[in-house]
Design a binder for this molecule. Structure first.
Ligand code: ADP
Length: 626
C-alpha cells in the first residue's frame, strides 16, 4: 500500500526544503559579491586597520606619557613651592620682632623724643645688626627723617634721608606694623622693610625699621638651577632666579597702578615692562610661555598680602620624555608591523611551498593513476581477448563433443543398416524372401531410431512458437509424467507427487515448461539406473511470491567437480551416446526466460540429488486447457 499525504495536512514551514525564491538567489548573489569584494580588498583593509591601530596606540602613548610627565612635574613643583614658601616666610619671620625690640630701646626712644646726638643709637644699631644680619636697621622721626642707622658709617648711609613716602612708614605712624618690599632709594638695593611705631608719652614719636635682604634666596634658587619667581599684588616680579625677569610685570600694568608704584618709589626708576608672558597650551591649563620658553607654572600665595610664589618647571624635559615614549612606541609598533609582515610573508611563502608540494604530489599521483588506468585497460584488453579465445575454444570443443556424440549415436544404426543391406543382397540371391523381409524390417527400425535421435536434437534446438499464458504447474507436470510413464514403469520407480496448495499458476509456455520437467525427470531416472530401489518425488509448493517445484531422486547424486558446470552447454558425465549435455543448459535458459531460477543440490544425508525450479506466481487463474 502506498502512503499518501492527505491534502488537509498542515504544511510545515520547512525552510530547508522549501524551493529557492528569486529573493534567496539575489541574497546569495549579493553575499557572493560581498565575499569577493572582501577577498579582493583584504590587503588594503588589513593595512588600513594596522595603520589606524598604530596611530591609536601611538596617540594613546603620547597622551598617557604626557599626563604622567605633567603629573610628576606638578608634584615636584608643588613640593618645591611649599618648601620655598616656608623659606621665604622663615627669612622674614626671623626679623619680624626686631623693629619692636628697637622701638622699645630707651636710647632709641630718647633719640626720637629729644633729638640730639645719635652716636649711641648708631652704634647700638650697628652692633645689633652685626648679630642679626639684616640689610640695615634704622630709626626715623615722626617726619620720616632717618635719625640713626646701622650703616651710619658707610658711604650710602641712611642717616639724614627721608623715607616718609614709604607705605611702611605710614603704617607705623598710624600705629601698625608696616611691611613693604622696595628697591632702596639710597642704596639702589632691594629689600623687605618691616617697621614698628616708636611710642613716647605723647604718642607715636618715630618709626623703627628693619630692611631684610632677600637676594640670598634668589641666589639659592639660581644656584639650584630652578626658575622661581615672587610677584607682588600688582603682578610685578620682584624676586626671580632669572635676573632679567626681575622688575617686570606678569601682565600689563594700568596707568593708575604705575602711578601708585612710582609714588611709593617702590621699584625706584625701573620701567616695569610686562614680560612676554602667554598661556600657549590649550590642553594644559598651567602651561605658560615666557620669553619664548615654555614652562609648567605652579604658584602658591605667600603670607604677605598679594605675594605669590611661582615655581616654573621647563616644558622641554616633559616634551623630551613624551617624545622619547612616543619614539619608543613608534619604533616598537614599526618593528611589530615589520615582524607581522615578515611572519605573514613567511606564512605565505610556506603556504605557496606547501601548495607547490601538494601540486607536485597530486601530479605524481595523477601520473601514477594514469599509468594504472593504462595498465588496467591493457589487462582488460588482454583478458577480453583471452576470454574471446576461450569462448571460441570452448565452442569448438563443445562442437567437437557434440559432433562425436551425434556421430556415435548415428554410426551404430548406419553400420547395422550397411550390414543388413549386405546380408539383404545375399538373401535375395538365395531367394530367402522371408529373411529378407525381416532384414528390411530391422533396417526400417534402425532408421526410425535414427529419426528419433535427430528428432530429439531438433526438440532441444527448437524454439517454442507458443505464447506465454497463465499455466497451472500441475498441467505440464502431468504431461511430462505421461510422456515418461513407460520408462518409469520399466525401471520400477516409485513415484510420489505432492501438491499441498493445488492450482499454483505461473505465466509461461506450457510446452517449454514441460520440456524442462521432462529433462529434469529423465535426468533423475538416469541417475537412479544403478540404485537398488528407485524413488522419484515431485513436490509443487508455494514460497512467498514464488511457485517452487522440487524433483528429488535417490540416484548417484551430482559428481563432486560437476556442480559448477551443470548448466553449461554440452557438459555431461554420461557415456557417449547416452547424453549430449544440452538438457540442463536449455532448461536453465527457459526458466530464466520466465523470470525464474533453477538450482541443484545433493541430498544430505540421503543419496541422490534435488533440482529446484522457482517461478514467479501470478494471481490470474489458468485458462482452461482446450
Ligand atoms: P545429459 O543428460 O545429456 O548429460 P544434461 O544437461 O541434462 O545433459 O545433464 C548434465 C549432467 O548433469 C549430467 O551428465 C549429469 O552428470 C548431471 N546430472 C543431471 N541431473 C542429475 C541428477 N538428477 N543426478 C545426478 N547428476 C545429474
Amino acid at each position: 500500500m502506498t502512503m499518501q499525504a492527505s491534502p488537509s495536512e498542515p504544511s510545515t514551514p520547512d525552510l530547508a526544503s522549501r524551493p529557492l525564491s528569486s529573493d534567496d538567489v539575489a541574497t546569495a548573489h549579493a553575499r557572493q559579491l560581498r565575499a569577493g569584494w572582501y577577498r579582493q580588498h583584504a590587503r588594503t583593509i588589513v593595512t588600513t586597520a594596522a595603520i589606524a591601530l598604530a596611530v591609536i596606540v601611538i596617540w594613546q602613548v603620547w597622551r598617557i606619557s604626557e599626563a604622567n610627565a605633567l603629573a610628576t612635574v606638578r608634584r615636584i613643583g608643588d613640593e618645591r613651592l611649599t618648601l620655598y614658601a616656608s623659606t621665604v616666610d622663615g627669612a622674614l619671620d626671623r626679623y619680624r620682632y626686631l623693629p619692636f625690640v628697637l622701638a622699645m630701646n630707651p636710647a632709641v626712644q630718647t633719640l626720637v623724643r629729644d633729638g640730639g646726638g645719635n652716636d649711641r643709637v648708631n652704634v647700638y644699631l650697628e652692633t645689633v645688626n652685626a648679630r642679626a644680619g639684616a640689610a640695615a636697621l634704622f630709626v626715623m622721626d615722626i617726619h620720616g627723617q632717618t635719625l640713626a642707622s646701622s650703616n651710619w658709617s658707610e658711604p650710602l648711609s641712611f642717616v639724614g634721608q627721608n623715607y616718609a613716602f614709604r607705605p611702611y612708614f605710614r603704617s607705623a605712624t598710624a600705629g601698625e606694623a608696616g611691611e613693604f618690599f622696595a628697591i632702596g632709594v639710597t642704596t639702589g638695593r632691594p629689600g623687605y622693610f618691616m617697621s614698628a611705631p616708636i611710642h613716647g608719652p605723647t604718642g607715636i614719636l618715630g618709626v623703627a625699621v628693619v630692611k631684610v635682604d632677600l637676594d640670598r634666596l634668589q641666589a639659592d634658587w639660581s644656584e639650584g638651577g630652578e626658575t622661581v619667581l615672587v610677584s607682588d599684588e600688582n603682578g610685578v616680579v620682584f624676586l626671580s632666579s632669572r635676573p632679567n625677569w626681575k622688575y617686570h610685570s606678569l601682565g600689563p600694568l594700568s596707568a593708575d597702578t604705575l602711578a601708585q608704584i612710582r609714588a611709593r618709589r617702590q621699584y625706584n626708576h625701573t620701567r616695569l615692562q610686562p614680560l612676554d608672558y602667554a598661556a600657549p597650551h590649550r590642553g594644559v591649563p598651567d602651561a605658560i610661555r615666557i620669553d619664548g620658553d615654555e614652562f609648567i607654572e605652579r604658584s602658591h600665595p605667600l603670607s604677605q598680602p598679594g605675594w605669590r610664589l611661582h615655581y616654573l618647571s621647563p616644558m622641554a624635559p616633559v616634551r623630551e620624555q613624551v617624545l622619547g615614549a612616543v619614539g619608543i612606541a613608534t619604533v616598537s609598533t614599526f618593528l611589530l608591523v615589520v615582524f607581522a609582515l615578515y611572519l605573514r610573508e613567511r606564512r605565505a611563502r610556506q603556504r605557496s611551498r606547501d601548495q607547490a608540494r601538494e601540486a607536485m604530489a597530486l601530479r605524481a599521483l595523477s601520473t601514477r593513476l594514469q599509468a594504472e588506468v593504462d595498465e588496467r585497460r591493457r589487462t582488460e584488453h588482454e583478458l577480453r581477448s583471452t576470454q574471446d579465445e576461450l569462448i571460441q575454444a570452448g565452442k569448438l570443443a563443445a562442437l567437437g563433443q557434440m559432433s562425436a556424440a551425434i556421430a556415435h549415436e548415428l554410426n551404430q544404426p548406419i553400420a547395422a543398416i550397411r550390414t543388413f543391406t549386405a546380408s539383404g543382397e545375399r538373401l535375395l540371391e538365395l531367394d530367402r524372401r522371408e529373411d529378407l523381409a525381416q532384414n528390411l524390417r530391422s533396417v526400417s527400425q534402425l532408421t526410425e531410431r535414427m529419426a528419433l535421435i535427430t528428432g530429439q536434437l531438433k526438440t532441444f534446438a527448437r524454439k517454442s512458437e507458443g505464447r506465454n499464458r497463465p499455466v497451472a504447474l500441475r498441467e505440464p507436470l502431468d504431461a511430462a509424467l505421461a510422456l515418461l510413464d513407460g520408462q518409469i514403469r520399466a525401471a520400477g520407480v516409485t513415484l510420489t507427487v505432492e501438491e499441498p496448495a493445488p492450482g499454483l499458476t505461473v505465466n509461461g509456455d506450457p510446452v517449454r515448461i514441460e520440456q524442462v520437467l521432462v529433462n529434469l525427470l529423465r535426468n533423475g531416472l538416469d541417475a537412479m539406473k544403478d540404485a537398488p530401489e528407485r524413488h522419484l518425488s515431485v513436490r509443487i509448493a508455494r514460497d512467498a511470491e514464488d511457485a517452487v517445484l522440487r524433483i528429488r531422486d535417490n540416484g548417484h547424486g551430482i559428481a563432486a567437480g560437476a556442480m559448477t558446470q551443470l548448466f553449461d552447454p554440452f557438459f555431461t558425465t554420461k557415456e557417449v551416446g547416452e547424453g549430449v549435455g544440452l538438457g540442463l543448459s536449455i532448461s536453465y535458459g527457459i526458466v530464466a526466460d520466465l523470470g525464474g531460477t533453477v538450482r541443484a543440490h545433493n541430498n544430505t544425508p540421503d543419496t541422490g540429488a534435488t533440482f529446484v525450479v522457482r517461478l514467479p506466481l501470478i494471481d490470474t487463474p489458468p485458462e482452461p486447457t482446450p
